[in-house]
Design a protein around this ligand. Structure first.
Ligand code: BES
Ligand code: MN
Ligand code: MN
Length: 463
């Protein structure tokens, strides 16, 4: 396996060039005008999987965007690793905040990445991280180092809630059979502090609409006498959290798992510099639920956030108007053992009950997902840990993340496998933001580390 370093040295320019080609296709799943680019991206991923040594690769249609499925089965008696990733990306807006166009990848040096970072939408989330697995497979097949079977499932709807993936998993259940699911779609603490993600938050995403009068009104003639939906909506939203930033929806915390003091103490040992955190974000203080640390607020505690709020006049200058409607998009990040369907119902009931007379309120659920936590005493985790030790020279730290990959808990339920989240991103990668980027070092380090996982996982499971 030591030849991986040499293989990387000889092929890294091509590995980067191939990723750049993939990043040029605007695979924006949220926007239906990019439907053909979605298909094109799926086709490219399929072709690259065949190039990397898969015996079979297919673009499978679903009621939504297609899923790429591929496999290389070397011996039915050996274990099977299923790699999951997503080829869809978030919309790049706001475009004017990008230093270079989001779908014209460029490599630039940064303070954190003196070796250069690839700037493009999807560079880290998740094309770059997904493609590390394709190149790791190439290395293993070309050098006779593939120790087990491998399957790939690369979807195109992760960024919009993986709506049709449940259907796909059920439909393809037999083909997807595996011994462990390997995913790189998360981050690590720092370049010199490797970590393995052991938890993800769940999600309930809703949109609310408040309607007042049947038309926009003159705010002088009607203001003060008729409900203003924007004023009302602001008050309703403000009341969803109390002075301690605790969420006020009745029953919201009923199923929240409480960590033991010991677990919290262990979490507090993870390297984290609050001053640096504030400085990077240009804020003079952090903000959040009373009695919890910043790390806890961002991982083991549930949250409620307005993602967008609109209505009335937002054009240039001033217009005196009392809007007829006001809207907001609200997300709740959930932790074990909250059930997103129950939380969505609790939210709906509570929010509707908050509406004063004079307005009508409608709550429309968007999508959701269950939270996930995994123990570290599994073969998969131990194999991943040893893989990092090989390439980083350090034992990785288990870490629960605040983000969500809603399909992960479904995998566990439907496919009955353990999921290993080996992320190589950094929190400075600006995923979902303008100027998303992925360090060339991180990309190559991922490709270097993955084959070790295969080796140890196979050795440990066939013992
Ligand atoms: N890869 C991210 C999730 C992530 C990033 C987890 C970093 C942990 C660390 C994923 O693509 C994502 O953005 N998920 C969405 C959820 C989805 C339903 C839109 C999220 O977390 O907002
Ligand atoms: Mn992702
Ligand atoms: Mn994402």
């Amino acid at each position: 396996m030591d030849s991986i370093k040499e293989y990387l040295e000889n092929n890294k320019e091509r590995f980067i060039a191939e990723l750049r080609e993939l990043l040029k296709i605007p695979s924006i799943s949220a926007d239906s005008s990019y439907k053909s680019d979605m298909l094109k991206t799926a086709e490219v991923v399929k072709d690259r999987l065949l190039d990397a040594g898969c015996d079979l690769a297919e673009v499978c249609s679903t009621p939504g965007h297609p899923v790429v499925y591929a496999e290389k089965i070397i011996d039915k008696n050996l274990p099977t690793v299923l790699v999951y990733g997503h080829y869809d990306v978030q919309p790049p807006d706001p475009l004017d905040l990008w230093d270079s166009p989001p779908f014209e990848p460029v490599i630039k040096e940064t303070r954190i990445h003196p070796e250069g970072a690839i700037f493009a939408r999807g560079a880290c989330d998740d094309k770059g991280q997904m493609y590390m697995h394709v190149k790791a497979l190439e290395y293993m097949t070309k050098n006779d180092e593939l120790p087990c079977n491998v399957k790939f499932m690369i979807e195109g709807e992760e960024e919009v809630g993986s709506e049709h993936l449940e259907w796909f998993i059920k439909e393809y259940k037999d083909r997807l059979k595996n011994d462990v699911i390997l995913i790189s779609d998360t981050g690590m603490i720092a370049k010199d502090v490797p970590s393995i993600t052991t938890g993800l938050r769940g999600l309930s995403y809703v949109e609310v609409e408040v309607t007042g009068a049947n038309r926009d009104l003159h705010s002088g003639l009607y203001g003060g006498a008729v409900a203003n939906p924007l004023n009302v909506l602001s008050k309703m939203i403000a009341s969803l959290t109390d002075e301690n930033n605790h969420i006020t929806i009745p029953g919201f915390y009923d199923k929240v798992e409480n960590l033991s003091d010991e677990e919290r103490k262990k979490m507090a040992e993870a390297p984290f510099d609050l001053e640096e955190y504030k400085e990077k974000l240009d804020i003079d203080d952090v903000y959040g639920e009373k009695a919890y640390s910043t790390l806890e607020r961002g991982s083991i505690r549930p949250t409620l956030d307005v993602n967008g709020m609109w209505g009335g006049y937002i054009g240039e200058g001033a217009k005196t108007v009392l809007p007829s409607k006001a809207y907001a998009k609200i997300s709740m990040r959930l932790v074990p053992d909250q059930d997103w369907k129950e939380i969505t119902e609790l939210f709906k009931k509570h929010f509707e009950s908050l509406a004063p007379k004079g307005v009508r309120v409608e709550v429309k659920p968007h999508h959701g997902g269950y939270p996930y936590v995994t123990p570290i005493d599994t073969i998969g985790y131990q194999a991943a840990s040893k893989a990092y030790e090989e390439t980083f020279g350090k034992t990785p730290i288990p870490q629960r993340s605040g983000g969500s990959i809603p399909i992960v808990s479904l995998f566990e339920k439907e496919l009955e496998s353990k999921i290993i989240l080996m992320g190589f991103g950094l929190d400075t990668d600006a995923i979902h933001s303008p100027n998303e980027n992925f360090g060339v070092w991180n990309y190559l380090k991922g490709i270097e580390t993955i084959p070790w996982f295969y080796k140890y996982f196979t050795e440990m499971s066939t013992k």
